[in-house]
Design a protein around this ligand. Structure first.
Ligand SMILES: [Zn+2]
Length: 386
C-alpha cells in the first residue's frame, strides 16, 4: 500500500499512530482535540497520525459533527468490522472461545471439553474449536487466557490446574492455525477487557475483583493493566480477611480463597447440611430462611465487603468492577457487602463505586480477545506502511 503522508513517518510518528489508534478504540467516539490533549501532542501531529488510520479502514469519522470550542469536528471511533479476532479461555476441563470484531463485540462462541491435559492434545482441541467457529485465514490474531502465568505472552510458565511448566503454547497454536497467538493470565486479560470494552471502559484507574473458583484481583493504573512476574499466582486469593475459619490449600486460615471462593462456600454448606450443596442452592436456601446457609452467605458477604475495602485502600482506586461466576453472592447480599465496606473504610473516604459485571462466562474469552486486539495493533500499522 502506498502511504499518502507528505512527511516521512519516523518511529516517533509510528508511535503516535499506535497511541492514537489505541486511544480511539478505548475512548471513541473522541475528537481530535481531545486525543491530542490526552497524548500530549499538537493538533497537527494528531491530524497527521489519524489520516493513515482512516485510510487503512481502522478508524472512521462520525457523520455527526461535535459542537465545541473552535470549529466543529467529527469524532473518531474504531471500525468494528476492521478486523476479526478469537479470544479463548482455558480452564482445567474446557475451552471457551469467542469470535469478536475489533471492538470486542461477540460474533459467535463455542466451548469444547478437554479430556486430557497433555499440551499437544489441549492445543489440538483449542485449534479444532477455533476452526469450527471461523476459518483461521480470516483472523488477525488469537488471544488465549488461562489461570497461570505467561510472562512473555508466548510460553506458559506455570498453570497448576493443567500441571504445566514452560509449555510453548503460543507456538503450538500458531503451527496449527497459521495466525499469531498471544497468551495471558486470565484475570489480567479480563481486566484488559473491562478497561478497553467493558464495565470500566476508558477509566485510567480501577481494580477488578472476581469471585469464582478462586478470588482474583486485576488493576489498571494510569491506563495500563498492571502485570508482574507473580500475576499468574492469584496472590489476592490469599489476602487475610478473617483470623479464623477453614484454611485454604496453602494453609491460610481465613484468607480470601478460604472464606469467599465458590468451592469453599460449597464445602461449608456440605458440612452444615451433611449433603453435597451447590453454590446456587446455598443462595436459594439462604433466601428461604435456612439458618446454616444464611450464616454462610452473611460470612461471605462480610468477607467480600472487607476485601473491597482493602483493595480500595491499598490500590487507591475509587472504582472496582466486581465479576466472576460467584457474582450472585453480591446480588444476594449487596446490602451486607456495602455495610462492611463502609465500616472498614475511613468515614470521610469517597464512596467506592462498584460496577457489577453480570456478563456470563464468555467475558473471560472476550478479555482474551481484547489482549489479541491490543497485540495486533502494531502489526496492523506496519502492514499499512508496506
Ligand atoms: Zn490462602
Amino acid at each position: 500500500m502506498i502511504t499518502t503522508s507528505v512527511e516521512p513517518r519516523g518511529s516517533r510518528g509510528a508511535d503516535v499512530e499506535l497511541a492514537a489508534l489505541s486511544a480511539i478504540l478505548v475512548h471513541g467516539p473522541v475528537s481530535r482535540t481531545e486525543l491530542a490533549t490526552r497524548l500530549a501532542v499538537s493538533q497537527s501531529t494528531m491530524t497527521r497520525a489519524v489520516k493513515p488510520l482512516i485510510d487503512r479502514g481502522l478508524v472512521q469519522e462520525s457523520s455527526e459533527a461535535l459542537e465545541g470550542p473552535g470549529r466543529p469536528s467529527r469524532p473518531l471511533s474504531g471500525v468494528p468490522g476492521g478486523r476479526t479476532y478469537v479470544g479463548a479461555k482455558l480452564t482445567g476441563d474446557e475451552v471457551i472461545a469467542v469470535v469478536t470484531d475489533m471492538l470486542a463485540h461477540e460474533l459467535a462462541s463455542k466451548s469444547g471439553t478437554l479430556d486430557s491435559h497433555d499440551p499437544e492434545q489441549v492445543a489440538d482441541v483449542t485449534a479444532g474449536l477455533i476452526r469450527e467457529l471461523i476459518d483461521p485465514g480470516e483472523l488477525a490474531y488469537v488471544g488465549l487466557s488461562l489461570g497461570g502465568s505467561a510472562v512473555d505472552g508466548r510460553t506458559v510458565d506455570r498453570a497448576p490446574f493443567l500441571g504445566w511448566r514452560g509449555t510453548p503454547l503460543a507456538s503450538m497454536l500458531e503451527e496449527r492455525l497459521g495466525v499469531p497467538v498471544v497468551i495471558d493470565n486470565d484475570v489480567s486479560a479480563l481486566t484488559a477487557g473491562e478497561h478497553w470494552f467493558g464495565a470500566a471502559r476508558g477509566l485510567d484507574d480501577f481494580a477488578v475483583v472476581t469471585i469464582g473458583a478462586g478470588v482474583g484481583l486485576g488493576l489498571v493504573r494510569h491506563g495500563q493493566v498492571i502485570r508482574t512476574r507473580d500475576s499468574g499466582l492469584g496472590l489476592a486469593g490469599h489476602i487475610p480477611l478473617e483470623g479464623h475459619g477453614i484454611p485454604c490449600a496453602a494453609g491460610h486460615r481465613g484468607c480470601a480463597t478460604a472464606v469467599l471462593s465458590i468451592p469453599s462456600l460449597e464445602a461449608q454448606a456440605t458440612v452444615a447440611l451433611r449433603r453435597p450443596t451447590a453454590f446456587s442452592e446455598i443462595l436459594d436456601l439462604a433466601r428461604e430462611g435456612d439458618r446454616a446457609c444464611a450464616e454462610i452467605v452473611d460470612g461471605a458477604a462480610r468477607a467480600l465487603g472487607r476485601l473491597l475495602a482493602l483493595v480500595a485502600d491499598l490500590a487507591m482506586v475509587d472504582v472496582v468492577v466486581v465479576g466472576g461466576d460467584g457474582i450472585a453472592l453480591l446480588d444476594a447480599a449487596e446490602h451486607d457487602v456495602r455495610r462492611q465496606l463502609r465500616q472498614d473504610r475511613d468515614p470521610d473516604a469517597h464512596e467506592l463505586e462498584l460496577r457489577i459485571d453480570h456478563s456470563d462466562f464468555t467475558r473471560w474469552a472476550r478479555g482474551a480477545a481484547t489482549v489479541a486486539i491490543q497485540a495486533s495493533l502494531r502489526g496492523l500499522l506496519e502492514d499499512a506502511e508496506s
